[in-house]
Design a protein around this ligand. Structure first.
Ligand SMILES: [Cu+2]
Length: 343
């Protein structure tokens, strides 16, 4: 009915509607760019380890312990909450022998006789769907040690059901986390220590995220840059502060414990042939600010005033489109319509 009486306004409104939509369309990509401005990349620095005294370990039929790397502190009791998620029995049996990595090619009988001979820090059997607790007392003498734990149910250890309990010193000092990967990287490859005094003892828990074996080898001399071709002869002349062998096998961990005498930047590398050359090195910053990462190439291709102007265009365009659609014409002219006009 309205269209029959006033066919004109909609036709007159069309160009204004189109112009408004066009303006809004032009402004949209700019508005979108605002939401894609780059954010500062994270440096990925290692954080000091926490010292939780309770941890939950799931037992699965894969068979696996999840997680398979545990941390406890000396002069404390670590409570391990065991949750058997599977349909088989599993045991949580912790070796009493520090630093010994059990051989997965052993038979179940050989594994059992190892524990019969050497004893265990904990030995708890958990039925399918059940939960249990293991309390492990860690005295001062086991600081820096690593103890393997296994399931003694035949062939579960051999199939991968093992893990490591790593004991930190609860005394003063700094504890850091580091991991190694099969892509021949230290993750992170920047560690930072703020020492209140020197000498300062530092413990780096190095966990293997991949399957290859590695080393965590730290130069004793600060502000010296190693090269893949000279490091062997360099370390012969200047023994490293620490050279910890990271066992092959995902989830295995080792402590790299050392004492720092002075601030500076210390380089660490993996000594396995070819790994350093492939980029397996990192830097330890001791009481030295970690340099900011190189700024990524800017993706902000528009200036602030362009953003503001585009925002204004967007508002004007949308308003034009809305008003033109609503009134059916824009701007008002005396010869059209008539209602509300004063002529
Ligand atoms: Cu390596």
């Amino acid at each position: 009915m309205r269209q029959a009486r006033h066919p004109g306004p909609w036709r007159r409104a069309a160009p204004w509607l189109a112009a408004g939509l066009l303006l809004a369309t032009l402004a949209l990509p700019v508005a979108a760019a605002i939401t894609h401005l780059p954010s500062a990349p994270s440096v990925g620095l290692a954080r000091p380890l926490s010292r939780n005294s309770t941890v939950t370990v799931n037992m699965t039929d894969t068979p696996r312990f999840v997680p398979r790397s545990l941390v406890g502190a000396t002069n404390s009791t670590l409570t391990v909450h065991l949750d058997n998620l599977g349909h088989y029995n599993h045991t949580f049996t912790v070796s009493k022998v520090p630093g010994v990595i059990l051989n997965t090619s052993w038979t179940p009988a050989e594994l059992s006789s190892f524990f019969a001979k050497n004893g265990s820090l904990a030995n708890v059997s958990v039925a399918p769907g059940q939960q249990a607790y293991a309390n492990i007392s860690l005295n001062a003498s086991v600081g820096g040690d690593s103890f393997e734990f296994v399931s003694l149910v035949p062939f579960q250890f051999q199939a991968g059901m093992f893990g490591f309990l790593n004991v930190t010193f609860s005394g003063p000092g700094v504890r850091l986390n580091e991991t190694t990967t099969d892509s021949l990287q230290f993750v992170p490859n920047e560690l930072a220590v703020t020492a209140p005094h020197f000498p300062e003892s530092v413990d780096v828990l190095v966990t293997n995220m991949g399957s290859f074996g590695h080393t965590f080898t730290l130069a004793a001399q600060s502000n010296y840059t190693l090269s893949p071709t000279n490091f062997t002869s360099y370390f012969t002349a200047h023994p490293p502060l620490v050279s910890a062998t990271v066992p092959a096998g995902a989830g295995s961990s080792v402590w790299a414990n050392f004492t720092l005498a002075a601030p500076g930047v210390y380089q660490y590398i993996c000594e396995v042939p070819g790994h350093f050359a492939s980029g397996m090195d990192g830097l330890l910053y001791v009481n030295v600010p970690v340099p900011a990462p190189p700024a990524p190439p800017s993706t902000a291709v528009v200036e602030t005033w362009v953003l503001a102007g585009s925002g204004g265009l967007l508002v004007i365009g949308v308003l034009l489109a809305v008003i033109a659609s609503f009134t059916g014409r824009f701007p008002r002219r005396g010869r059209a319509g008539g209602h509300g006009g004063h002529s």
